[in-house]
Design a protein around this ligand. Structure first.
Ligand code: SAM
Length: 252
């Protein structure tokens, strides 16, 4: 399991934090129609042709993502890696974007404890919270493969994208990261977290993961994207990548 963070370099004309007026140039207006989904063997999957993402989108999946969120939070001792905690002061009116936020577990967790900041989630399907939704959160349906035209350049202090090896084809990473750099303000941070699908464990785990990696490859996905986060961030133009690894015991 690997998590990488990186900083967007400052340019000469935009040093320091943005003023509140500049923050207001962030426009959050476009909402696409919701994806209805296709049912296969009782599970509901998105039906967006351009996306190779293969997990379901139903309530069972939303529960799984919520549970997984708290597992990942425990594994990495919190929702933010230390360099992000140091650089982004969530008490101080930050704008945070979570790309592919699913049911919004990470955003809701942070939004509740940081009421002064604003938390925005986008996902290709609307599995967003409706009843428990803090006032400092908002959600939009968006396909990252089409970019994020609803957000102005330099809109966010922190951008997160988590568990996207099952979302992106190997050759879609750089374009996607470049779009995230566009919406991240100069000096802002990006945080990524990926599973290295080539985990080793008992015989069953080894067989399962090697089949999974082969299936991902047949769909154009890269099961080893976790190992490449730092170089991909650099290629997309971010600076000072920092990577943190956590071993997980498969099959125990
Ligand atoms: C593995 S889940 C991770 C969810 C969330 N980031 C988390 O950590 O719990 C991947 C998410 O990406 C969304 N997704 C898939 N393809 C997408 C796309 N092309 N654009 C935006 N979101 C997408 C899925 O609907 C799903 O919610």
């Amino acid at each position: 399991m690997g998590a990488s963070i990186s900083r967007r370099s400052r340019n000469r004309s935009s040093r320091g934090k943005r003023t509140s007026d500049q923050r207001d140039t962030c426009s959050h207006s476009s909402i696409s129609p919701s994806v209805k989904g296709t049912t296969i063997h009782g599970r509901v999957y998105h039906d967006v042709e351009s996306s190779v993402y293969f997990f379901p989108m139903d309530e069972i999946e939303q529960d799984r993502l919520h549970g997984q969120h708290f597992g990942l939070k425990a594994l990495f001792n919190g929702n933010l890696l230390a360099p992000v905690r140091d650089a982004v002061d969530l008490e101080n009116h930050c704008h945070v974007l979570d790309v592919g936020c699913g049911p919004g577990s990470w955003l809701l967790d942070l939004a509740t404890s940081h009421p002064n900041s604003k938390f925005v989630g986008v996902d290709i399907v609307d599995m967003f919270p409706s009843t428990i939704k803090p006032p400092n959160t908002e959600f939009h349906v968006a396909n990252i493969l089409d970019g994020l035209p609803m957000f102005a350049d330099n809109s966010f202090d922190l951008v997160q994208m988590r568990l996207f090896a099952s979302v992106l084809k190997g050759d879609q990473w750089i374009k996607t990261l470049t779009e995230l750099k566009r919406v991240c303000r100069p000096g802002g941070m990006i945080q990524l977290l990926e599973v290295d699908y080539k985990v080793t464990g008992n015989q069953f785990v080894n067989k399962f993961t090697s089949k999974l990696v082969n299936i991902m490859a047949s769909r154009g996905q890269d099961g080893e994207a976790a190992k490449k986060l730092a170089p991909m961030l650099t290629q997309a133009g971010f600076i000072n990548p920092h990577t943190d690894h956590r071993p997980i015991a498969g099959g125990k």
